[in-house]
Write a protein that binds this ligand. Structure first.
Ligand SMILES: Nc1nc2c(ncn2[C@@H]2O[C@H](COP(=O)(O)OP(=O)(O)OP(=O)(O)O)[C@@H](O)[C@H]2O)c(=O)[nH]1
Ligand SMILES: [Mg+2]
Ligand SMILES: [Zn+2]
Length: 336
């Protein structure tokens, strides 16, 4: 598995620090043994906000990192002014190996792969039960990205004050994927925060989903008041959010060793980087049924054992439809 994307958000940003007064360049690069460790909290146009010990330090990528981009959640090594004082800028000289990588492409045929978040343990796939309408296909895509990137999935179904979770839970409730259902009232009286904390405790959780599903609202209910971010409104006509959140941000949960990472809403979750043979892992209810498949089965051919598996009632036909649709969109786009 390729651990780093070739193309990243930062590729087009060529940092040109003020050359004047710089030390002459040598061919022997220092190893930066004295560099301090930090964590990237957010990235804004080439400026990375990092947590170094208990200080917030603004930094930029050192030229020696080349095209490699640091993303939210990355553990990095920094040199330079680490005081965190106003108008100081440190340099990131190393990106440490990542324990997980959440990647996506804008579309299935888009080679421009971006790393959304690094080192998260858990992917909270946030879906509103209404306003905007739930779209299981996005859930399936996020599940694929989670399994592929080494994150454990968590389903978060929001706005249960507007619609019942029953239909979605029929599809996803038995998959051994933990889930939480939230509502406006429970967000406000703190119940959600208590229940969610158990699932978030000691881990780093990235929240993803369509715009307007309530990612930021939920994250705000979890973090201390002074850390809260702006939330948006869902357009009454289109039923879509307004993409209120524009950048990913890592926030600590108080009193625990846990982080939540709020991310901007996505329209789609392209999976061009995922090998088709790995897609089935995100469908644990179907994976068991592939034992009877011919070798290298595409799962969309006459001898595929999944039709029988579903006919025998082992899995919901909608799940097989979703798997095939996902595989088909990927294949068609890859073929041309
Ligand atoms: N009725 C209801 N509304 C909610 C709930 N949770 C969030 N909302 C509302 O949904 C709207 C969008 O919430 P946000 O938290 O900004 O959504 P988001 O997922 O962060 O959206 P982006 O930042 O655009 O990706 C706001 O008006 C929230 O008040 C809920 O449980 N019930
Ligand atoms: Mg938001
Ligand atoms: Zn098959």
């Amino acid at each position: 598995m390729r651990r780093y994307g070739k193309h990243t958000d930062e590729d087009d940003i060529r940092s040109r620090p003020n050359r004047k007064g710089n030390r002459p360049r040598t061919h022997i690069r220092p190893k930066h043994e004295d560099a301090a460790g930090g964590m990237v909290l957010t990235v804004d146009r080439g400026r990375l906000t990092c947590l170094v010990e208990d200080r917030i330090v603004l930094a930029m990528k050192a030229r020696e990192l080349g095209r490699k981009a640091a993303v939210v959640g990355d553990r990095v090594a920094l040199v330079g002014d680490l005081s965190g004082k106003k108008d100081t800028l440190a340099r990131i000289v190393r990106i440490e190996e990542r324990s997980s990588v959440l990647r996506r492409t804008a579309d299935d045929d888009d080679p421009y792969e971006r790393v959304v978040v690094a080192n998260a343990d858990q992917l909270a796939i946030v879906t509103a039960l209404a306003d905007p309408e739930p779209r299981p296909r996005l859930i399936d895509r996020c599940l694929v990205a989670a399994f592929d990137g080494g994150l454990e999935p968590l389903l978060v179904l929001t706005k249960s004050d507007l619609a019942s979770p029953d239909k979605l839970l029929e599809l996803y409730g038995d998959l051994d994927i933990p889930y939480v259902v939230t509502s406006r009232a429970e967000l406000e009286n703190g119940d959600v925060a208590d229940r969610a904390r158990e699932l978030l405790d000691g881990r780093t959780t990235a929240f993803v989903g369509h715009s307007g599903v309530g990612k930021t609202t939920l994250v705000n209910a979890l973090v201390p008041v002074d850390r809260r971010r702006t939330t948006g409104h869902v357009n009454a006509v289109t039923g879509r959010g307004r993409h209120t959140t524009t950048s990913a941000l890592a926030l600590p949960l108080s009193g625990t060793d846990s982080w939540v990472i709020d991310t901007p809403g996505v329209r789609s979750f392209g999976l061009a980087h995922v090998d088709p043979s790995r897609v089935i892992h995100a469908f644990p209810d179907l994976e068991a049924g592939t034992e009877g498949c011919p070798r290298a089965c595409s799962h969309d051919e006459p001898d595929c054992a999944l039709d029988e598996w579903v006919a025998e009632g082992h899995a919901d036909p909608a799940r097989l439809y979703s798997l095939r649709r996902l595989l088909a969109t990927r294949e068609r786009k890859e073929g041309d």
